[in-house]
Design a protein around this ligand. Sequence first.
Ligand code: NDP
Length: 321
Amino acid sequence: MTYDVAIIGSGPAGYTAAIYAARAGLKLILIAGPEPGGQLTKTSEVENFPGYPNGILGPEMMEDFRKQAERFGTPIIYDMVEKAELRTSPKVLWLSGGDEIHAEAVIIATGSSPKWLGLEAERRLYGAGVSACAVCDGFFYRGQPVAVVGGGDTACEEALYLSKLCSEVHMLVRRDEMRASKVMQDRVKNTPNIHIHWNTVTVDILGERFVEGVRVQNRLTGEEKVIPIKGFFVAIGHQPNTEIFRGQVDLDAQGYIITKPKSTETNLEGVFAAGDVQDPVYRQAITAAASGCMAALDAERWLTTRKHLLHTDGTSHIVPS
Ligand code: NDP
């Protein structure tokens, strides 16, 4: 069977695209990916998504998105795309579980993943004190000292969350200022058990089987010191999940998919991108959802125009749905 549209990803962008595509009567399939629900399943309270006046937990919000997509008949496959051929018609997606999906249009909503510092100890001690998600792992370090690397909104959010569970939170900020919004910086600075280490970089994470400390260096003085900690949380930004599309879809220098202005169209006919995978600037649940809506509308218009054109010249190779 050939679908009208295959949506890759199950964050706010993917589910919103599904809601719109399903309501438009398109024959669609959504491939949830390695982390169903996306990054919001790893966050705590979402306070800035309109429609939830009292806030909502990220995982609960994504459950609501999923239920709404399913209510209009979106079939969801809990698998991940391993390989894609997006230049042919139909386009082909190969899934890890062995399935092969054929679709006329594809909406890429694969989001982004946390970045790491690149230290050997980070990999060795991952899950043994090293984490990129305070909400997931903070509980293990209650009453203990931890460190958070980064000076953006994510790092501040992680530090504030951890400050309620842990004895001390050491924020390691590599410059003499933070990138985070003022309100988040103020909250961090006004929390007594958060200690900000300015101009500070991580040299190594210490510990054989579990994290026991972090060796840091002051970039201005060159001075090194060891801070005893049990948990090491990396919060230094994200990497778009575009590796499997490289060489086919145009990417920018950071690997984000390039879309045409005021559109979700990519350089490839019938391939659209929505959410964080094409947005290095806003990266919010609400902007991702909005671009998911745009992608479904763009895909639907593209399919309609295409079917009409192919019908009139009699050369259609679209498999009737
Ligand atoms: P950002 O890119 O905004 O910040 C990354 C931070 O990590 C910066 O302080 C950066 O330092 C630092 N950093 C990067 N690489 C390294 C490294 N190798 N070593 C040490 N430090 C490093 O990413 P975020 O994930 O914080 O935020 C992404 C987007 O999501 C932003 O637009 C943010 O506003 C938004 N967001 C909003 C939230 C909310 O509104 N509640 C919550 C979380 C995120 P430097 O500044 O020196 O480059």
